[in-house]
Design a protein around this ligand. Structure first.
Ligand code: CU
Length: 457
């Protein structure tokens, strides 16, 4: 396995060149940043209390230093280039090289010091969403602190009192700064490492952007009409799968920082909501689900036993959220015969393809064949072992395998289905079905009942 160090580029040179004074920076924790959107291995604690680290989907955890019993982290708010999926990059604002920023992991009772350096062109703050802390550490520009001007570094100090699932984001020019991707995940592990143990603990944020096909920078005044729906600023097919060995207990923690709710749906398993913004849900209060709605500003932790091997879809159930930018302004061409039109257009645009007559699935097949504007993802893309996958946006898979090492988070490839366990094409005759009339029709209406022959009555 590649060591985490390989992923980090130390940004010392960049610090000296920035508006931040070198002398002031000398006493701060080194700035660790990354330039990859890949899921990085969990960061096992080297000091402090033990815990089972989380894995950030297409993200990473920020290392810290201990200073007189205080865990110190250094977040740098700055413009970044984020690969949304292969073939598309976005100019976003993030922390330490990526958007979202790195995940912060601490333990209940830890004393925490957060250094926040602003390399954005405008003032910012960080709000530690959901935390119990002194009011003056809550990060609301104007209300609880002065805004952090460009080039300045502020310090937040508090004790991580409550174990659970949190987020961080600016509370200064929020509409702009969150639409540009300034956000990150925060996990406070319980002091007792045996409390609610799981084998795999995945975390990610739901985010959305409005980036016109062919452009790189989000439109930040959009209220509802976002066109890119992402898990941790990645769109399918750019989102890594979440993997588990058969029988493992898996937790997935999701925070929603978009402007709408997302019913998140897992195939092939039932899960329980075990945690919310407010803390852990007692066993007696949990109920089984296969879809849970996550409202704006909420966090949900779901848990299940990964007992069914396979490549199981995991996605937002709003179908427009599993589709990329190109799909949102198409007319419905179902049943429209375009052959006449095609003749005429081909004279003008030789590459023109008439699409949509029998649905829009052909968009997925054409992905890669059809010329798209530069820096634009097809509306749906991704290739499965049986063909194109008609999905984009908030879609990935949970891959459950019979054997997998404890610390193995790599994509194990496509699931090898047992013989006879895949839906198959019918060849030859239709199954023998007897059509029989109900003896007493209701009024004038006659009802036909389909009755399989081999069914006992
Ligand atoms: Cu959604």
């Amino acid at each position: 396995m590649t060591s985490r160090r390989d992923f980090f580029k130390l940004a010392g040179a960049a610090v000296a060149a920035s508006a931040v004074s070198k002398v002031a920076m000398a006493a701060l924790p080194e700035i660790v940043s990354t330039n990859t959107a890949d899921t990085q291995s969990p960061l096992s604690p080297l000091s402090g209390r033990p815990y089972h680290p989380v894995v950030t989907l297409n993200g990473w955890t920020l290392p810290w230093r201990m200073s007189n019993g205080v865990k110190e982290f250094h977040l740098v708010a700055e413009p970044v280039v984020r690969e949304i999926a292969p073939g598309m990059k976005a100019n976003l604002w993030g922390y330490n090289g990526q958007s979202p920023g790195p995940t912060i992991e601490v333990v209940e009772g830890d004393k925490v010091r957060m250094y926040v350096t602003n390399r954005l062109p405008e003032a910012t703050t960080i709000h530690w969403h959901g935390q119990r802390l002194p009011n003056g550490m809550d990060g609301i520009a104007g209300l609880t602190q002065p805004a952090i001007a460009p080039g300045k570094t502020y310090v937040y100090e508090f004790e991580a009192k409550r174990p659970g699932t949190f987020m961080y984001h600016p509370h200064a020019d929020e509409m702009m700064q969150m639409a540009m991707g300034l956000m990150g995940f925060w996990v406070t592990h319980p002091k007792n490492p045996k409390f609610m143990p799981v084998d795999r603990d995945y975390v990610f944020l739901l985010n959305s952007y409005d980036i016109d096909p062919g452009s790189y920078t989000p439109k930040t005044s959009t209220m509802l009409d976002f066109n890119l729906w992402t898990f941790n600023s990645r769109a399918f097919p750019g989102i890594a799968p979440m993997v588990a060995r058969k029988g493992e207990r898996v937790r997935i923690r999701v925070g929603n920082l978009t402007m709408t709710n997302h019913p998140i749906h897992l195939h092939g398993h039932e899960f329980e909501v075990t945690g919310t913004d407010g803390g852990w849900v007692p066993k007696s209060a949990r109920w089984p689900e296969v879809t849970t709605d996550i409202a704006v500003g909420q966090m949900r932790a779901i848990e299940f036993i990964a007992d069914a091997p396979g490549d199981w879809a995991f996605h937002c159930h709003k179908s427009h959220h599993t589709m990329n930018a190109m799909g949102h302004q198409l007319p419905n061409m179902l049943g429209v015969d375009q052959s006449d039109l095609l003749d005429k257009i081909t004279h003008l645009v030789p590459d023109y393809m008439a699409m949509g007559k029998s649905g829009s699935g052909d968009m997925a097949e054409m992905a890669g064949m059809m010329p798209l504007p530069e820096n634009t993802l097809p509306m749906m893309g991704g290739q499965g072992q049986f063909g194109p996958i008609d999905m984009g946006g908030m879609f990935t898979t949970v891959k459950v395998r019979e054997s997998l090492a404890k610390d193995d988070y790599k994509d194990p490839g496509a699931y090898q289905h047992p013989a006879g366990k895949v839906a198959y094409e019918l060849h030859g005759e239709e199954p023998d079905i007897q059509r029989e009339k109900t003896p007493e029709p209701m009024g004038d209406m006659e009802m036909n009942v389909l009755k399989p022959m081999n069914h006992a009555h």
